[in-house]
Ligand binder design. Structure first.
Ligand code: NAD
Ligand code: ZN
Length: 369
């Protein structure tokens, strides 16, 4: 019996990584040479899911190599991605394509990257995206999919999940088939990110590091990536001695390392509570994390103190009072979403997290936001 228990404890995560990655300014130009060998036949097109912020931006769109029946679908990133949106895009692709596409290429931030991952899965797996929210529910390998981030911080380019808001929950499709087959990291693509958004998405990376490095799931693997990402975040957001290009390069690598860190540990309190905000109020991930993290001194004293310094340094004013007019039912919805994220709490507080993380406790925190 004891031997069996010990064996169970010895089971470690065997997680998939992105098998191919290009990094470098201007590497976006290599897209054609990367994709060409992956075209199955002239009828099997490539579908580019592109953030609609790039519509009419020829410096980017003219470099998307379109041939045969390849198509660009412009997609808004104003709202968090939804399972219904994935279903609609999949239906649109099936109806307009002669056969299964050769690949899906996502060009954008976390929102577009997550949609690209989910669409590539749903093109080979029947039913609605909502049926696959959870852990390891995907049965068939996704079609070839490529991620090209245009804003840095989420780590979505490297992760094993695609976070979606579904009919009854906000939860990722976590599976071995989720990670991209190819990622192109071209920091130049981030040059026009608006300043506030740059901060919010960058802070997503910073918060990944704080939550990973201060969690009970921490191990040497996640620590080594987390510490590197944390240092890079400090270089970028605190010391502020870098050129614009260095900042873009380093934040792109911080995002990657932060994503690698949480892949082998977990996020924590800010993410659990931010999912609640996002589910009820539609608050976007980056800003939602910032709003929550600002009030988490008791959990992450050093991390929050430094966050407040960075906020000040970059003149960021976070929205206040977003929970002011919520009723009891609405608070309960957010609290239940947050409490359902068991691994996040276990990582943050430990196995007996339920002793301190009660609905009342979460209500008192949400009331401050
Ligand atoms: P985003 O994709 O939502 O984009 C934020 C804003 O920046 C949008 O208005 C977008 O149009 C704009 N933008 C993006 N690139 C730009 C550019 N180069 N120039 C000008 N504007 C640009 O932002 P995000 O913070 O990267 O992504 C958030 C999403 O990522 C959330 O949906 C979240 O759930 C998800 N996420 C996923 C993971 C994962 O592991 N899969 C991890 C963290 C977050
Ligand atoms: Zn995050």
């Amino acid at each position: 019996m004891l031997v069996k228990e010990e064996k169970k404890l010895m089971t470690y995560k065997n997680f998939p990584m992105v098998p191919r990655v290009v990094f470098g300014r201007g590497s976006f130009n290599q897209l054609d040479e990367i994709l060409s060998p992956k075209r199955r036949n002239p009828q099997a097109s490539f579908i580019f899911l592109v953030d609609d912020v790039f519509k009419g931006k020829a410096w980017l769109t003219s470099r998307i190599p379109l041939s045969y029946g390849d198509e660009i679908l412009y997609i808004s990133a104003k709202e968090e991605p939804k399972t219904s949106q994935v279903d609609e895009i999949v239906e649109q692709i099936i109806l307009s394509s002669k056969e299964r596409p050769s690949g899906i290429i996502g060009v954008g931030g976390g929102t577009i990257l997550d949609l690209a991952k989910a669409v590539s899965i749903l093109l080979t797996n029947e039913g609605s995206a909502s049926e696959y929210q959870g852990w390891d529910l995907v049965k068939n390998p996704a079609i070839y999919h490529v991620g090209i981030p245009t804003i840095s911080g989420t780590g979505a380019e490297v992760s094993r999940t695609t976070v979606l808001t579904g009919p009854d929950r906000k939860l990722g499709i976590n599976s071995d088939y989720t990670p991209f087959d190819q990622v192109i990291l071209d920091p130049e693509l981030t040059k026009d990110v608006p300043r506030q958004q740059w901060f919010y998405t960058g802070m997503d990376c910073y918060i990944h590091c704080v939550e990973s490095l201060n969690g009970t799931y921490l191990n040497a693997f996640s620590q080594s990536y987390g510490e590197k990402a944390f240092e890079l975040c400090k270089e970028i957001f605190v010391y502020d001695k870098l050129s614009e290009k260095e900042t873009q390069d380093k934040l792109m690598m911080a995002s990657w390392h932060g994503g690698m860190s949480i892949a082998y540990s977990q996020v924590g309190v800010a993410h659990a509570m931010s999912y609640g905000l996002s589910y009820l109020l539609g608050t976007k991930h980056g800003i939602g994390n910032c709003i929550v993290f600002d009030h988490l001194e008791e959990f992450y004293p050093n991390g929050v103190a430094l966050f407040k310094d960075m906020k000040k340094k970059h003149s960021i004013e976070l929205p206040q009072g977003i929970c002011e007019n919520l009723n009891d039912d609405e608070f309960d919805i957010m609290i239940n979403v947050a409490l359902s994220l068991v691994p996040l709490w276990e990582n943050a507080i430990g196995k007996d997290w339920k002793k301190t993380i009660t609905p009342e406790k979460l209500r008192s925190l949400y009331e401050k936001m």
